[in-house]
Design a protein around this ligand. Structure first.
Ligand SMILES: Cc1cc2nc3c(=O)[nH]c(=O)nc-3n(C[C@H](O)[C@H](O)[C@H](O)COP(=O)(O)O)c2cc1C
Length: 325
């Protein structure tokens, strides 16, 4: 069975989501945390919480991610991850938001190759015993920027390079370019992971076939693996459908149980605070699209402010609407 991974989503795929998802759905073998920042010291507060604690995360299948632009901070993060038992960590070179990218972080790193390549070399000189992967786009301002990194990708020991084939300035508009990804398969000698716009099984097959074709031409031993993102937030059955392991039990019941469990767990972790409605709404922005009347489903969730209103809205949605066939 092929390993599918789940993309990180700040504010959605936190430790609670990841664990509840795993309890209810199969098909995902690897989970990336949303990015950590501000690792100013070894015992930085963000590294002491449940989000990264090995007591709440399976260190063999979870990959912590950092958003940073200094080798020093990345090395500190790598060492902390290693001491907790993680076998891999990931650097975010893809976040497109201007307030991040303008500070040469996230996707902004791709627009400054000299500085970024030096930083990556410095990191590899000082880390040991933990795999280092990156998640990037084609570039920030244009889709040629990635070519300045190809030699570095090939000479340094990245365990994996995840590419979302858009540019930062596009944010999420337009389409992810499978053609650009295919061209990179021929140039990069590290395991590649494709990420972008896989919402259905046929989207997945399309990417797989396109990659097979490129791989065949250069006789690579294996296909790039695939990272699912918004497609899986929308349809949590997607990985099971791709892997042909879909549980035959009633889908609507399964989805209902997942949504309720996630809410109860979030509440428990937040000590009962209604603030968790915010993160449930973020998920519903995607999940509404699995229902046959997404706009009305969203209208019901959007307006709630209190826990009891949220609970009523969810029950109404599951009573009144069906899942898309
Ligand atoms: C709300 C939101 C939060 C995100 N947070 C992160 C993050 O913390 N780290 C990261 O590498 N990518 C992040 N991403 C990007 C996704 O992981 C993924 O690369 C992107 O959605 C494209 O894949 P998709 O088309 O399959 O959704 C985020 C995207 C969105 C929309």
């Amino acid at each position: 069975m092929e390993t599918l991974s789940l993309a990180p989503f700040q504010g959605i795929t936190d430790v609670v989501y990841r664990n509840v998802f795993k309890k209810h759905f199969a098909g995902i073998g690897k989970f990336y945390t949303p990015f950590f920042t501000g690792i100013q010291k070894d015992n930085s507060k963000s590294l002491r919480g449940e989000e990264i604690s090995p007591d709440f995360n399976d260190v063999k299948t979870v990959v912590p991610q950092i958003l940073s632009n200094t080798a020093e901070e990345i090395i500190r993060f790598a060492n902390q991850c290693k001491s907790m038992g993680y076998t891999e960590f990931n650097l975010n070179m893809g976040c497109p938001f201007p307030r991040v990218a303008n500070k040469t972080r996230g996707c902004g790193l791709m627009a400054d190759p000299d500085r970024t390549i030096k930083m990556l070399n410095d990191v590899f000189e000082q880390i040991d015993g933990i795999k280092f992967s990156i998640k990037c786009r084609l570039g920030y301002y244009n889709d040629e920027e990635i070519y300045a990194f190809v030699d570095t990708f090939n000479t340094l020991y990245f365990s994996e390079i995840i590419i979302h084939p858009r540019i930062g300035k596009q944010m999420y508009t337009g389409e992810a370019s499978i053609d650009k990804f295919k061209a990179l398969i021929q140039l990069i000698n590290k395991p590649l992971v494709y990420n972008g716009d896989i919402f259905t099984v046929s989207n997945y097959i399309h990417v797989q076939n396109a990659c097979k074709d490129a791989i065949h031409r250069i006789s690579l031993p294996s296909s790039p693996t695939i990272m699912l993102g918004r497609g899986l937030l929308t349809n949590p059955f997607l990985a099971e459908q791709i892997q042909h392991i879909e549980n035959q039990k009633d889908k609507k019941h399964r989805l209902h149980d997942f949504v309720v469990d996630l809410y109860v767990e979030r509440l428990r972790h937040a000590g009962g605070s209604p603030k968790i409605i915010g993160s449930m709404k973020e998920l519903w922005k995607y999940m509404m699209n699995i229902f046959d009347d997404p706009q009305n489903v969203w209208r019901k969730v959007k307006k709630v402010n209190h826990l009891d209103e949220y609970e009523t809205a969810v029950e109404t949605i599951f009573n009144d609407y069906n899942l898309m066939p």
